[in-house]
Design a binder for this molecule. Structure first.
Ligand SMILES: [Zn+2]
Length: 377
């Protein structure tokens, strides 16, 4: 890992205010460009949509998502042929509420192309104890289960609160900072500010903004202008739509498409920047899924809630199934194994996968992905 100069920590509120002022114009422009109707003729696109179930998003939504994916198809395909980076940087993208069943070719063509072109699985798992946002995200950055009495990070609540992780719980952000590196967090939900309190000074940039267009503008600006070792990007849209209209509903599927087009937009920026194209490794996973036809995802024993995608894409990473590449992990079939059972790929593998990609030791005190380390090539 390189040791770039630290950029001063900016206060999230100031960042938010600045982002609101400076980026609202850009955000508006993006929204307008997403809404414009200048779609090139794509024979068959509309007829294909009519064969979908009654929950298919509007054809215009599907066309925009497909077009965004098509624009980055070359970038996605070229990565496997490129040399593996000498000094990788990592972008973790967590799509809140993205169930594996929802990551379809129709609704998530960019994510599917990353899954095809990189290494991954649609059969990864959440934490065992809970399938809700903050506990699972905190697992991703600590490499721990949830239950503090069993060595977990102790974040059992899922709301904005003054509480923080259990005593002595470290994170991948702390590891990066201790090694002289730089991390950034871009999240749509205010409860993520907890991480900045849990590990003071470990995050060099924190942006919390519930507007996905503005947040992704800020992310792209940061990715292309700062050399961070680790950037964590949280996209809330599918979860928000799932709670409002139900998982697998038309609105939910459209939100999955919006998340997918956002990933495409970020990949487009990566493709335009030679250094990012050479060095950036992208990890995509989710905190939890959700049960079709309900606004719920909190049943930790429901497969629709605990089955999530996990993929890694970037230069020098060749297409493979994550379980095929990692015989020390075990495909869990339809089950949710316990922590003492053969390990499935879990979202909490993110922490030590990132540590490994950045050539750092395992996160202090972590237990997931330590004895079995997730290989991506
Ligand atoms: Zn939720």
């Amino acid at each position: 890992m390189a040791t770039p100069p630290r950029t001063p920590l900016r206060h999230p509120v100031l960042v938010l205010a600045a982002a609101t002022l400076v980026l609202s114009v850009l955000g508006t422009a993006l929204v307008l460009s997403l809404r414009d109707g200048g779609d090139p003729a794509r024979p068959g696109a509309d007829t294909a949509a009519t064969t979908d179930s009654g929950t298919a998003p509007e054809p215009g939504v599907q066309r925009r998502v497909a077009r965004a994916a098509a624009q980055v198809a070359d970038i996605v395909a070229a990565a496997a042929e490129a040399p593996y980076p000498k000094d990788p940087r990592v972008l973790v993208i967590s799509v809140d509420g993205l169930a594996s069943y929802a990551m379809t070719e129709r609704d998530a063509p960019t994510l599917r192309s990353l899954l095809r072109g990189g290494v991954g699985t649609l059969n990864a798992r959440t934490a065992v104890e809970a399938t809700v946002t903050l506990p699972n995200h905190t697992g991703m950055v600590t490499g721990r289960p949830i239950d503090a009495e069993a060595g977990g990070h102790g974040v059992t609540w899922n709301h904005d609160s003054e509480r923080t992780v259990a005593d002595g719980v470290s994170s991948i952000f702390s590891s990066v900072a201790d090694a002289g590196g730089s991390s950034g967090l871009f999240a749509e939900k205010a409860k993520f500010e907890m991480w900045d309190r849990a590990w003071p000074g470990a995050l060099d940039q924190v942006e919390i903004d519930p507007g996905l267009a503005r947040l992704s503008d800020a992310l792209v600006e940061d990715l292309t202008h700062q050399r961070r070792d680790l950037t964590f990007f949280h996209i809330a849209a599918p979860d928000v739509a799932g709670h409002a209209e139900g998982w697998a509903s038309r609105g939910y599927r459209a939100a999955v498409g919006r998340a997918d087009a956002t990933v495409a937009r970020v990949l487009g920026a990566v493709g335009d920047d030679p250094a990012l194209r050479r060095d950036l490794l992208v990890v995509v996973t989710a905190d939890h899924g959700g049960t079709p036809g309900t606004p719920e995802h909190s049943d930790a024993e429901a497969q629709a809630d605990y089955r999530i995608p996990f993929l890694v894409w970037g230069a020098g990473i060749e297409s493979a199934d994550l379980y095929d590449l990692n015989p020390d992990y075990a495909d869990p079939g339809t089950e949710q194994p316990g922590y003492d059972d053969a390990a499935p790929v879990r979202n909490a593998d993110v922490a030590n996968l990132v540590a490994d990609l950045l050539e750092l030791p395992p996160v202090e005190g972590s237990s997931i992905g330590v004895e079995e380390t997730l290989d991506v090539r």
